[in-house]
Design a protein around this ligand. Structure first.
Ligand code: SF4
Length: 783
């Protein structure tokens, strides 16, 4: 934790920099790129029935899109407007009216004929709904009926058979905190959140490496750092305003380096709409790209360190920051031994990059005085995601890129609420303030004045699987209470997820809209509860950005869905109905009272209790965590973690598939065509060399398949690393096996080996032994 406070936004020079331009042709005419003006007009048209309210949300509220973080139109990094099409796209979720009654109560199969995009556009859930086995339609019920039914069920089951899940778009810290408390009040530790499937390995790895599971630095540190590296992150697409910070960094001479199997065009060049120069002529972003194999990051980072250790043998201090390591780091010898144990051939084969290329980056980093490492799902969504992140932390610790200006480790978040979800305790491994260790549990019990269960709660994937356990099993999932989320489209193997969701006795969907999961059957009842958006909640709410800024979003005057309720209030109401005799233990007067309690229980959040007005913000932990190299670990030192090279058994001629995002906000699709790549949702991005090898031409109908499922689409040649393909998420989830979790953080592995064939070949042999035999070849592969 640091003493230094964030100094607030800086001004960007207006002096043109033609050397950074993509082209002299204005507005990138003729190039494949997003059309921001057209998209903005489209959003204005969509919100035409509620434009004043939409404007108030944009100018007063905290963005409910990604976690870059902005209050109104101002951020803490650069002076000037902060707005992007992602925020504009999700705006309609907040301004649209209720679902038309006729459609709301239509036959369930009629609703099921719609996809999640169509369901989203229907409008808001207006009042509590119930559907029981045999019902063809949702039926309106009262809040009393809905909550009493849920409460009665909870009373009859073992708390281990009850689970909660909270997603991240729009959910506030107050809701996460209260949900975490209510879950424990009801006797269960089965509570998890959306970070389980995105950045849980980041938190786990950073905790073990530097003692704190959050970004150690700020976006301002990007601007003027020697090297800004993006590992498995397409920030330009998923956190669009980050391109403005990249532009500012380039102006200061920062080198931007990309590590990804696919050289995403959005990271190569971008037309930043809020910057006149960039909007006109574009900005070249990436200085270099290292196209690693899917799953090749550990070998790649070992390669960099192997070069460093070789350089050190020639000249002490030529690569490793020896002073920093001696004073602030543990485990050098063990790490060196591990790194040196791998041969260059192993590292080259696994990473897909040559020794010489790895040396280029090793040299660049060795001579750099500062660097910021930013990463996303490309590192985390692996069965070795925590180790991937530890390797990046190892690099930072060896070079001393930590705890000072222009240096740091940043897991960039894609959901506005997700940073706070774990920090508030909506997590099976966490209570407010710390982990579920004995000491913290006792501390929190004292505040809460009730016992917290001492058994380990389950992660979301295991919770879903618990629905298929024998009915008399103590963990057979009988009631699943979800705030948002759409597992059918976010978890691997949709068919398996469907079975799990349908096998729960009662499923509760607390949400603002329908999605495909809401419409599935349940054994006893599906109950749908209408939630308020973050802008409607009395007393406002807070959310925490990637850089640990805790922003206050006020209640904003505007039209309301009459029966929608503040999410944290619903949890409290339910808890009181389950345990009426202890209701005083779970009471909160208002949202401010929740913030008061958060400040008491999570000392990092001391300051949240003072947030009251639009624009109020504070940063927990100061500008730099581990300031001066002092980490919040027991001995104050960072830990180098020796990491095993993962075994990547991909038979010759097969591919690794990974998933990517297009025009979408997390699993919400906003366009069938990706404006950066021009790829349709069912295009399979592959290298042209691979296409030629497999007799596949650009645009050919192809099938990617393995023993788990298949994906039909069209080949689209793109700068993807040979031997790897990329498909859109969530469509590509059919190729991803269920039940494969990362060891330490429990994230599902969203990558798998596949065979790729022209569709005519695949279908011609589909009914013969041939196809079965080919699939059997994959039986030996690791899951
Ligand atoms: S970049 Fe993220 S935080 Fe900023 S406006 Fe866009 S969605 Fe919101």
């Amino acid at each position: 934790m640091g003493e230094t406070k964030h100094a607030g936004p800086t001004k960007l020079s207006k002096k043109p920099r033609p050397d950074l331009w993509v082209s002299k042709v204005p507005f990138g005419l003729g190039k494949i790129k997003p059309h921001h003006l057209r998209d903005t007009l489209k959003v204005a048209w969509e919100n035409k029935d509620n434009l004043p309210y939409a404007t108030r949300i944009l100018t007063q509220g905290v963005c409910d899109g990604c976690a870059l973080g902005v209050s109104g139109l101002k951020d803490q990094t650069l002076v000037g407007p902060h707005l992007c099409t992602t925020r504009l796209n999700v705006l309609r979720l907040n301004t649209m009216p209720a679902i038309d009654e006729e459609i709301l109560h239509a036959d369930i199969d009629e609703l099921r004929s719609m996809d999640s995009t169509e369901l989203r556009k229907l409008g808001r859930i207006p009042y509590p709904l119930l559907r029981e086995p045999g019902d063809r339609k949702f039926r309106r019920i009262s809040w009393d009926e809905a909550l009493n039914k849920i409460a009665e069920k909870i009373k009859t089951i073992d708390p281990k058979q009850l689970a909660f899940y909270l997603t991240s778009r729009g959910i506030t810290n107050e809701t996460y905190y209260v949900a975490g408390k209510v879950a424990r009040f009801l006797g269960t530790n089965n509570i998890d959140n959306a970070s389980r499937i995105c950045h849980s390995p980041s938190k786990t790895a950073l905790n073990r490496s530097v003692g704190v599971g959050a970004s150690t630095c700020n976006y301002k540190d990007w601007i003027g750092t020697d090297v800004l590296m993006f590992w498995g992150s397409v920030a330009a697409n998923n956190q669009p305003v980050s391109t403005k910070y990249m532009y500012a960094a380039k102006r200061k001479g920062t080198k931007i380096i990309i590590v990804n199997p696919h050289f995403e065009p959005a990271m190569e060049k971008y037309w930043i709409p809020s910057n006149v120069e960039s909007a006109l002529f574009g900005t070249k972003l990436a200085d270099d790209v290292y196209q690693v194999n899917v799953g090749g990051d550990i070998a790649f980072t070992h390669g960099i360190m192997k070069h460093w250790f070789e350089m050190e043998e020639e000249e002490h201090g030529s690569a490793i920051n020896q002073t920093f390591v001696q004073e602030h780091v543990n485990g050098l010898e063990e790490l060196e031994k591990k790194v040196k144990s791998y041969r260059w051939e192993q590292l080259e084969k696994s990473s897909g990059l040559s020794k010489e290329r790895m040396r280029e980056l090793a040299l660049l980093l060795a001579k750099s005085k500062s660097a910021v490492f930013v990463w996303s799902m490309g590192l985390t969504q692996h069965r070795f995601g925590t180790d991937n992140v530890s390797q990046v932390a190892n690099l930072a610790l060896l070079r001393g890129f930590l705890g000072r200006e222009h240096c740091g480790l940043m897991p960039i978040r894609g959901h506005s609420g997700v940073q706070g979800s774990g920090e508030m305790g909506a997590d099976p491994f966490v209570l407010p303030g710390s982990d579920m260790d004995e000491e913290n549990r006792k501390r929190v019990e004292q505040y809460w004045n009730f016992n917290i269960p001492d058994w380990q709660g389950d992660i979301v994937g295991v919770t879903l699987e618990n629905a298929l356990l024998p009915r008399n099993h103590e963990r057979n999932l009988k009631l699943y209470y979800m705030s948002g989320g759409n597992f059918l489209e976010t978890m691997p193997n949709p068919e398996f997820v469907r079975q799990c969701l349908e096998n729960v006795d009662i499923r509760v969907h607390q949400d603002i809209i329908f999605n495909t999961s809401t419409l599935l059957d349940a054994k006893e009842a599906v109950i749908v509860l209408p939630a308020m958006t973050r802008y409607e909640q009395p007393g406002g709410g807070t959310s925490t950005s990637t850089e640990r800024m805790v922003y206050f979003s006020p209640e904003i005057k505007g039209p309301r869905i009459e029966e929608a309720r503040s999410e944290w209030e619903i949890y409290v109401d339910l808890a009181k109905r389950v345990k009426p005799n202890e209701s005083d233990l779970i009471d909160f007067k208002d949202a401010a009272a929740v913030r008061e309690e958060i400040a008491l229980l999570n000392r990092n959040y001391d300051g949240i209790q003072y947030l009251k007005e639009k624009g109020d913000v504070f940063q927990w932990g100061g500008a730099w965590l581990c300031e001066g190299g002092v980490c919040p670990t027991p001995d104050g030192k960072g830990n180098l973690i020796p990491v095993e090279l993962p075994e990547l058994r991909k038979p010759e001629g097969h591919f690794y598939v990974s998933t990517r995002r297009g025009k979408q906000f997390n699993s919400m699709i906003y366009g069938e065509t990706d404006p950066f790549t021009d790829a349709d949702r069912y295009d399979v991005l592959m290298n042209e060399v691979d296409g030629r090898k497999h007799n596949i031409a650009d645009g050919d109908a192809i099938v990617a398949y393995n023993k788990h499922g298949f994906f039909s689409g069209r080949a689209k040649f793109a700068p993807v690393k040979e031997g790897n393909i990329a498909v859109h998420w969530p469509e590509g989830n059919s190729l991803i096996p269920e039940s494969v979790y990362e060891t330490y953080a429990g994230i599902p592995d969203y990558n798998a080996p596949v065979i790729v064939e022209r569709a005519e070949t695949y279908y011609a042999y589909k009914d013969t032994k041939y196809a079965e035999k080919r699939i059997e070849e994959l039986e030996l592969e690791p899951n």
